[in-house]
Design a protein around this ligand. Structure first.
Ligand SMILES: *Cc1c(COP(=O)(O)O)cnc(C)c1O
Length: 372
């Protein structure tokens, strides 16, 4: 994988972003500040006025995330809030939008339930075919690479260049990799949307999302949307994600390193029919993965004999929490067919957590042997 040289100092800058010049006696940790209204003696010209427009806790997280993204950032209450804020503020009746048919299911449901009835034409295509897609007349392209759970890729730089010639805005859902795994804005995308519910928080106890862009007009619309539509992040959730972010680089490093080791060993396992992971030599887009991604991610798709074998494996694995979602400190896994994903009944998506690599391997190996 590509080394992340130009950005190695970002985690350090992010850790120290607000502690550099603290006066004596002030807490090093970010204070949690519950507040709906702020003192405005004789003026409304203040950094904070009313809690729906802005708070010190949002600002602290936006600065930290903005450092990692190297772009202005707006925090919103969830990943879906980030996606809906961008789609609903940038599409209007008569527009055409391209979405992945193999991406996060709620994005497709949002399009079907709210964009189509508003007169927006929704085109769905597989992630791996984005680069060949005719983009004439498309106003906005949303891409998700690696796709989830298939882990197919598309070339962000190429799609961005082609979309820009067609006059389209390029939005990348970067949830699966985080800025430490992939930097879509550096590759030419206009906007990053992400669910911080996953790895950035990492502790399975808060939902949050963000939108990042180097185009001020895009963020101005999103910020206005947040204030006027009124769906706003809670202060506790914001504070928890700010805290989670402080260990994101460490956790992503452990999770991705373990995922690579486990994916390679699972490929050799007699009980496993097939393994998909962008870091494997047999991934169909191996070369693109090496060029575009700093890390191959913490998700692994494994296919076992059938639904029964997969359920027995999940029941036997002591270190795999049976749960949906991913990016948490606990390794988790589930059969994606139970949600209707277009995958075989025996397909299990594993989200590799922060446990020691060898402990995880021993547990997976024992659970696979028990059901084979
Ligand atoms: C989880 C997820 C979302 C939605 O995030 P929430 O915080 O649950 O709203 C969006 N995109 C991807 C790729 C996700 O994995």
């Amino acid at each position: 994988m590509v080394p992340m040289d130009p950005h190695t100092s970002l985690p350090a800058e992010m850790l120290h972003h607000r502690v550099a010049d603290l006066p004596a006696g002030v807490p090093i940790a970010l204070p949690l500040t519950p507040a709906s209204t702020f003192a405005l003696p004789g003026t409304t010209d203040a950094p904070f006025t009313y809690g729906r427009a802005g708070t010190p806790t949002w600002s602290a997280l936006e600065q930290a995330l903005g450092l990692l993204e190297q772009a202005e950032t707006v925090v919103v209450p969830s990943g879906m809030a980030a996606i809906s804020a961008v789609l609903l503020t940038h599409l209007t009746s008569g527009d055409r939008v391209l979405l992945p048919c193999d991406g996060y299911y709620a994005t497709r449901s949002l399009a079907e339930r709210f964009l189509v009835p508003a007169g927006i034409e929704v085109v769905l295509r597989p992630t791996a075919e984005y680069a060949e897609q005719d983009l004439t007349g498309v106003a906005l392209v949303l891409l998700e690479t690696p796709s989830n759970p298939g882990l197919d890729l598309c070339d962000i730089a190429e799609v961005s260049a082609r979309a820009h010639s067609a006059g389209a805005l390029v939005v990348v859902d970067n949830t699966t990799l985080t800025p430490f795994g992939q930097r879509p804005l550096d590759l030419g995308a206009d906007v990053v949307v992400a669910s911080d519910t996953k790895a950035p928080n990492g502790h399975s106890d808060a939902l949050l999302g963000h939108v990042a862009s180097r185009r001020p007009a895009v963020l101005e619309r999103v910020r206005e949307w947040r204030t006027l539509a009124g769906g706003i992040p809670g202060q506790l959730e914001t504070w928890l994600v700010h805290r989670g972010l402080e260990t994101l680089e460490l956790r992503v490093d452990r999770m991705c390193t373990s995922a690579q080791v486990l994916a390679e060993r699972l490929t050799e396992h007699p009980a496993v029919q097939s393994v998909v992971h962008p870091g494997l030599a047999d991934h169909p887009q191996r070369e693109l993965a090496a060029r575009q991604m700093a890390r191959a991610g913490s998700l692994i798709g494994i296919t076992l004999a059938d639904e029964d074998a997969a359920e027995r494996f999940l029941a036997a694995a002591r270190l795999v929490v049976p749960a949906t979602s991913f990016g948490g400190v606990h390794t988790s896994g589930e059969r994606r067919a139970r949600w209707g994903d277009a995958v075989p009944g025996g397909f299990v998506r594993l989200s590799v957590g922060c446990e020691p690599t060898e402990a995880l391997w021993q547990d997976l190996d024992a659970a696979l042997r028990a059901q084979s």
